[in-house]
Write a protein that binds this ligand. Structure first.
Ligand SMILES: Nc1ncnc2c1ncn2[C@@H]1O[C@H](COP(=O)(O)OP(=O)(O)OP(=O)(O)O)[C@@H](O)[C@H]1O
Length: 259
């Protein structure tokens, strides 16, 4: 199993520096939620982690190996990604789109085997897409496409899983379904890094959370340690209280902070 680390990561977009000295450590077996206000750099940090964006300082490490010194293919095999980018343009079925995840693992020119088909069918079932497997992805709803993107990442059987807002567009049942699934994957030993806007879901389902604010990590730790009224006020401009109900964390939001 593989550990993902960001070490003093700096990143630029155009002529703007967007990440400043970011340190992060995602261990096998944990779900780490990356939270922060709009524009704080969450997507940018995720993109540096899978080499979609080069760092301008520091490094992204997979078990102490800098991903920029690794073969691109080894990085792609280790890290599964569900990003905000479209899963496919028209003319590709759900099943074909998910099979692409298998090809990353198997190699593009290797023939498909029956075990690859079994993996594809099992991840389709896991995200409730079996009934839609033969549909063109262009005809799917936003939530169904979101699940295709997650299924494709899972088909890869990655050791590190990165997800950018995986609950976007999902109805309540599927939001909880995806987050329960991330917990199961972590229990299987994956290192899971997930950006989430919904702080209530982040609080309930993650092991630890990292808070980004204007490109800086301002806090990392358990939700109990991080989600203090002070932090919620200073970083998010809201009032809130974290409590425990039947052993689950519940974040109550109590409105905006008024100066
Ligand atoms: N091409 C670009 N050139 C310059 N700045 C950019 C570019 N793309 C994004 N940015 C800026 O970089 C910052 C970080 O963006 P990023 O998308 O990583 O934030 P985020 O935390 O994921 O935001 P959100 O919660 O809104 O999805 C933002 O201020 C954004 O405006």
């Amino acid at each position: 199993m593989t550990r993902l680390q960001a070490s003093a990561v700096e990143a630029r977009l155009g002529d703007r520096q967007v990440l400043w000295g970011v340190d992060l450590d995602v261990a096998p077996g944990e779900v780490l939620a990356l939270v922060g206000p709009n524009g704080s750099g969450k997507t940018t940090l995720l993109r540096t982690c899978y080499r979609a964006l080069s760092v301008s300082g520091g490094a992204i490490l997979l078990d102490n190996d800098d991903i920029h010194s690794m073969r691109r293919r080894d990085v792609a095999r280790t890290i599964g990604v569900s990003s905000q980018e479209p899963v496919a343009f028209g003319g590709v079925t759900v099943r074909e789109s998910v099979r692409l995840g298998r090809s990353v693992q198997r190699g593009w020119f290797e023939p498909f085997r029956s075990e690859d088909d079994a993996v594809v069918e099992s991840v389709l079932a896991r995200v409730s897409l079996t009934a839609h497997a033969d549909r063109d992805v262009a005809t799917l709803s936003g939530g169904e496409r979101q699940r295709v993107s997650i299924a494709r990442a899972l088909a890869q059987k990655p050791e590190v899983l990165l997800l950018d807002e995986p609950t976007n567009h999902l109805d309540l049942r599927h939001q909880l379904g995806v987050l329960e699934m991330l917990r199961e994957l972590a229990a299987d030993g994956l290192a899971v890094l997930v950006t989430l806007h919904d702080m209530r879901l982040a609080a309930e389902y993650c092991d630890r959370m990292a808070v980004l604010h204007a490109g800086h990590v301002v806090d990392v730790g358990t939700p109990e340690n991080v989600l203090t009224p002070e932090l919620l006020g200073e970083v998010f401009g809201v009032r809130g209280v974290l409590r425990s109900v039947e052993g689950r964390r519940v974040l109550d939001l109590l409105g905006l902070v008024h100066e």
